[in-house]
Design a protein around this ligand. Structure first.
Ligand SMILES: NC(=O)c1ccc[n+]([C@@H]2O[C@H](COP(=O)([O-])OP(=O)(O)OC[C@H]3O[C@@H](n4cnc5c(N)ncnc54)[C@H](O)[C@@H]3O)[C@@H](O)[C@H]2O)c1
Length: 244
């Protein structure tokens, strides 16, 4: 049976675990050839499991992004789908005490380097005649959280980066959207204690955290032609957390 992403070339960054792994898995199940990119080494296992193609990538490295762009152009004639998913967290501190080294690190990876990866996608899709980009923002791109100014600022920036690109390339058959996960059960949460996770889950009207596969389902829809008139949107997936 033909999937919603049948024979599409899809690049997923941060695909070694968590939401990125779930997106890569879903894209492969929908028939895509998935380039599973991560810095951790786990991309090899994920690619082997889903029948994808592993690629070692540090999105913090401009030269590595350029090399990946050239590789994708030469090897596959570009890409049809990009899930631009890498994001990092920073220190927990109030604004007036927030450590600038953390602010710079989080903004650099989450904004500047996400933008560099989005540029790669846009250039390859312009050459190919179209495509779909799904950036990973966050519920934090919509709702602020105390003591997380770097992360929240970065995810707000991703939302506006997404909307800007959607406007610029709407006539070029390129759609650009963002997913906005609420708190999602990934290894990202391993650093939090169990009581805090319970508190966070209780704040969700559905009474539970999101699962990576629930983020991936929305990403696959946005990546597919079923979302052909959807662009420039933040799709929040949060069990109604941001509804009231
Ligand atoms: N988990 C949540 O609750 C949650 C909520 C909202 C948004 N998000 C966003 O979803 C995305 C994924 O989150 P997650 O929870 O799956 O995270 P995670 O930390 O579990 O996984 C992130 C993956 O990205 C990879 N990575 C990190 N730095 C990289 C780099 N420089 N180059 C290449 N790969 C790199 C890691 O190796 C890892 O495999 C992030 O953008 C995050 O901000 C997560």
């Amino acid at each position: 049976m033909s999937g919603r992403l049948q024979d599409k070339i899809a690049l997923v960054t941060g695909a070694g675990q968590g939401i990125g792994e779930a997106i890569a898995t879903k894209f492969a199940a929908e028939g895509a050839r998935v380039i599973v990119a991560d810095v951790s080494g786990r991309q090899d296992d994920v690619a082997a499991t889903i029948g994808g193609i592993p690629y070692h990538l540090d999105v913090g490295d401009d030269a590595a992004i350029d090399a990946l762009e050239e590789h994708l152009r030469a090897e596959y004639g570009g890409i049809d789908v990009l899930a631009n998913n890498v994001g990092v967290n920073g220190a927990a501190a109030l604004c007036h005490e927030y450590p600038m080294e953390d602010f710079d690190r989080v903004l650099r990876i989450n904004v500047r380097q996400s933008f560099r990866v989005m540029q790669l996608g846009l250039r390859l899709m312009l050459e190919r005649g179209g495509g779909s980009i799904v950036n990973t923002a966050s519920i934090g791109g919509l709702l602020a959280t105390p003591t997380a100014v770097a992360y929240i600022t970065s995810k707000g920036a991703i939302v506006m980066m997404t909307k800007t690109a959607a406007l610029e390339y709407a006539q070029k058959n390129i759609r650009v959207n963002a997913i906005g996960p609420g708190i999602t059960r990934t290894p990202w949460l391993d650093k939090l204690d169990a009581a805090l996770i319970d508190t966070l889950a209780a704040q969700v009207p559905q009474g539970r955290l999101g699962e990576p596969a629930e983020m991936a389902n929305v990403a696959a829809f946005l990546a597919s032609d079923e979302a052909s008139h959807v662009s420039g949107q933040l799709w929040v997936i949060d069990g109604a957390r941001s509804a009231g």
